[in-house]
Write a protein that binds this ligand. Structure first.
Ligand SMILES: Nc1ncnc2c1ncn2[C@@H]1O[C@H](COP(=O)(O)OP(=O)(O)OP(=O)(O)O)[C@@H](O)[C@H]1O
Ligand SMILES: [Mg+2]
Length: 237
């Protein structure tokens, strides 16, 4: 059980103003429970990335309350922030791999940073490479992989610490449709294994492919929410 019980993300009237009078996130109140798969959708500039950055403590909310895995992240810093990040996994549009070390080391390193002993980290990295179908690429440098393969490595790295919560910002943004589908499928597998997953995407195609709880943002606000049963019906056409 997480320190926060069944709710992994609890946002109450969260606002973010970068410059006075221009709100990137406006009055967002929502809860995401352990085990959920949720999508933040909405057009470019809607505030999705800003909201994710607040969740992993890269931006501080201007007002409101944000609790992630039982931790109040308002004005969190230093050791507390580091501890929170060890409980999270992050995936970005660009895979952000370390180019000068082999694929397997990229994943093992992430596990080690989170306190897993080196030999266990290597074993875990091998298992994760198998999960994402890239065991054959363990010893290769990231530069020799396709963008879809790089994103699979990035996903394996993000779950190396067995995170409570996986946050993925435009994880399919630079991929073709078939490869995007593979990544979304892997995210669903990660979710089925128990990790809470929140994906942000401005790609309407992702919304139709996922059929999950969807919170549509516009101009900083959550303007519509579609629950899984309706989303599934919509996705089925
Ligand atoms: N560091 C920053 N400084 C100033 N303004 C910012 C900053 N980051 C984001 N913004 C502004 O906040 C608003 C929301 O941006 P955000 O990146 O969260 O949108 P988004 O929904 O993720 O868009 P996209 O779909 O293009 O990724 C935009 O108006 C953006 O210009
Ligand atoms: Mg964004």
């Amino acid at each position: 059980m997480s320190p926060g019980g069944a709710v992994v993300i609890r946002l109450y009237k969260v606002c973010k103003e970068f410059t006075a009078g221009r709100t990137a996130v406006s009055d967002v109140t929502l809860n995401i429970e352990r085990g959920e798969f949720a999508l933040l959708s909405g057009p470019s500039g809607a505030g999705k990335t800003t909201l994710l950055r607040i969740l992993f403590g890269q931006e501080a909310a201007s007002s409101g309350k944000a609790v992630v895995n039982g931790r109040n992240i308002h004005r969190m810093s230093g050791a507390h922030l580091a501890a929170l990040r060890r409980e999270l996994g992050l995936v970005f549009q660009d895979a952000r791999l370390i180019e000068r070390i082999p694929v397997i080391e990229n994943i093992a390193l992430a596990a080690e940073v989170c306190g897993i002993a080196r030999s266990d980290a290597r074993r875990r990295a091998s298992e994760l490479l198998e999960l994402v179908g890239l065991e054959h690429a363990a010893g290769e440098l990231p530069g020799s992989l396709s963008s879809g393969e790089r994103q699979r490595v990035s996903l394996a790295r993000a779950i190396a610490n067995d995170p409570v919560l996986l946050l993925a910002d435009e994880p399919t943004g630079s991929l073709d449709r078939a490869t995007a589908l593979e990544i979304l499928h892997l995210l669903e597998l990660v979710n089925e294994a128990g990790t809470t997953v929140v994906v942000a995407s401005h790609d309407a195609g992702v919304t139709s492919l996922l059929g999950c709880r969807t919170m549509r943002m516009n101009e900083g606000r959550v303007v519509e929410e579609v629950r899984p049963e309706y989303a599934a019906a919509l996705a089925a056409g």
